[in-house]
Design a protein around this ligand. Structure first.
Ligand code: ZN
Length: 252
């Protein structure tokens, strides 16, 4: 996103509390990839990467908007390889009642891409890594490996999981540049939905359940590049309402 002028920076401080185990690391042989790991370790410290948070909030926001009749695209990264190889991206998007991936070079930017960005475009919102509030000691668990393709146990091989136990508290910030009120609301609503959806893979096995709590929303206003002396504290209800209004305009 190219910003003509910096007007506001809104910061949403979020507390994430695990309600079940969150997987840090699983053996590669089990067929899991990086995207399935909601937690990574940075310098030995478990961290919920901003990319995990962004991914979960983006797909939730897309679904909410799409269901309310707001046209949003299907991101390039969400289209299966086989569909791309057969050149059927547009049909795939249509089946899902989505626009084909936005092409910023042609000036196509749907509301989801405006907020979350697209391949060649950074969105208004930045998702910083969520770090432990206090020291978290990961636990190890052993599971019988399940092959994803067949759902069958693979010859009884055991895989070891490293995970963060329930009750671990992480703090992270979401920063939005020149946010419209409904955009702040969209993030807040999606954070609510995250409580039901969880983070990462293995959710069905009782992993990845997470509680989210917005601790504080502050907005800095800029005028001619100068930061206003006072930061404003915002109230979640006003922004949730702005998002509801945005959605209801599109519902038939
Ligand atoms: Zn888009």
């Amino acid at each position: 996103m190219v910003f003509e002028k910096l007007e506001t920076i809104t910061e949403i401080e979020v507390q994430y509390t695990t309600r079940s185990c969150l997987v840090i690391h699983v053996g590669k042989s089990a067929g899991y990839s990086i995207v399935d790991q909601p937690i990574i370790k940075i310098g030995g410290v478990p961290v919920i990467p901003g990319s995990s948070i962004k991914g979960a909030l983006r797909s939730t926001t897309e679904s909410i908007m799409s269901e309310s009749g707001i046209d949003v695209c299907i991101p390039e990264a969400s289209i299966p390889k086989t569909v791309k190889q057969r050149g059927r991206k547009d049909d795939y998007a249509k089946e899902l009642k989505r626009l084909p991936p936005c092409d910023y070079s042609r000036g196509n930017v749907c509301p989801a891409c405006d907020l979350f960005g697209a391949a060649s475009l950074s969105g208004r919102a930045m998702f910083l890594d969520a770090r432990p509030e206090s020291e978290i000691v990961p636990i190890k668990r052993t599971h019988v490996a399940i092959r994803r393709d067949t759902n069958a146990q693979s010859e009884g091989s055991l895989m070891e999981l490293e995970a963060v136990d329930e009750g671990a508290v992480f703090l992270g910030t979401i920063r939005i540049v020149n946010a419209e009120n409904w955009q702040i609301g969209a993030i807040l609503r999606s954070l609510e939905v995250l409580k039901l959806m969880g983070l990462g893979a293995k959710k069905t096995a009782g992993y990845g359940e997470i509680d989210t709590q917005v601790k504080k929303i502050t907005q800095n206003t800029f005028e001619n590049g100068e930061r206003a002396p006072e930061d404003k504290t915002l109230h979640t209800e006003d922004y949730m309402k702005a998002f509801e209004e945005k959605l209801s305009k599109h519902e038939s």
